[in-house]
Design a protein around this ligand. Sequence first.
Ligand code: FDP
Length: 342
Amino acid sequence: MTTEGDVLGQIVTIERFILQQQSSYPQATGVLTNLLYDLALAGKIIASRITRAGLVEILGSTGQENVQGEEVQKLDDFADRTIYRLNDHTGRLAAMASEEHADVLPIPDRFPVGKYVLLFDPLDGSSNIDYNVSVGTIFSIYHRKTQDGPGTLEDCLQIGRDLVAAGYIVYGSSTMLVYSTGHGAHGFTLDPSLGEFLLSHPSICIPAEPQYYSANQGSQKYWSQGVRRYTEWLQGHNGSQKGLSLRYVGSLVADFHRNLLSGGVFYYPTDTKDPKRPHGKLRLLYEANPLAFVAEQAGAYASDGRQAILDIQPTSLHQRTPLFIGNRDLVEKAEAFIRDYD
Ligand code: FDP
């Protein structure tokens, strides 16, 4: 018979897990550990606000005052400020960059600077927020490249292969945090009654047998010949394979997370819909790189259709990229169709 004591003995909080991982690296100083722990805290704060999103109508809409006389913030602004404020004074970071801001976010002069830089997309998929559909936060951590002083653009424009850690938080039917420091990808589920992320998915490995493909097929007429033929192949036309089911949430984190656990491929290719956006919609630094890093740690792969996402040298903070991410064989097939037809 399993006793309550047995169950308690098996619980691993994110704090204990990160500390255990740190203890296998004697040279580790604990700075990264604390940084990850602060991101988990940010996730808890954002999750608690998201579950109240529908009450905005009752409590006051954005730009107005709520019943307590406070101004109600938009959720993406709230998420953005939460992550920034939890990390601006700790002495762990040299700079931050957020998908919500045009330029690098400096650490205020009154606080010490540290050796890491943090890049984040505070609330990805935010067009879904009004409809109770899952959204997410995505984060990337690099060592700074410059030696000292305030962090610079150069510290932020690093290739994905140089990531120290990356991960995401998905706010769905439960809140989950998945991260990697380059030693596997590990998932934690928030227990709201304890207010703790508990280890629920250690050493995630994408299933070899994929189930889903995910793309906004409403844009199909704007896709290249290669991408259209690839989609037909995924659907099993010409007996190419058994054919996958389509699932598309329209929140990158949710679509990626589902495919990571079930096997499958997500793609947001280049399209001709918007001439001002010739390289697709998704951002290399805030979306593609961190998810590509987690994907590779889980045995999956990410490409822009021609090369590995993690090998692309960024040239600007908000650079966009086509993205194909999921089971390696499916992503390599996309590369082959693009090579042959585009
Ligand atoms: P959103 O515009 O809602 O913030 O990059 C942002 C993103 O969502 C992704 O999360 C999502 O995968 C994609 O855009 C959805 O774009 P489409 O509406 O064009 O499908």
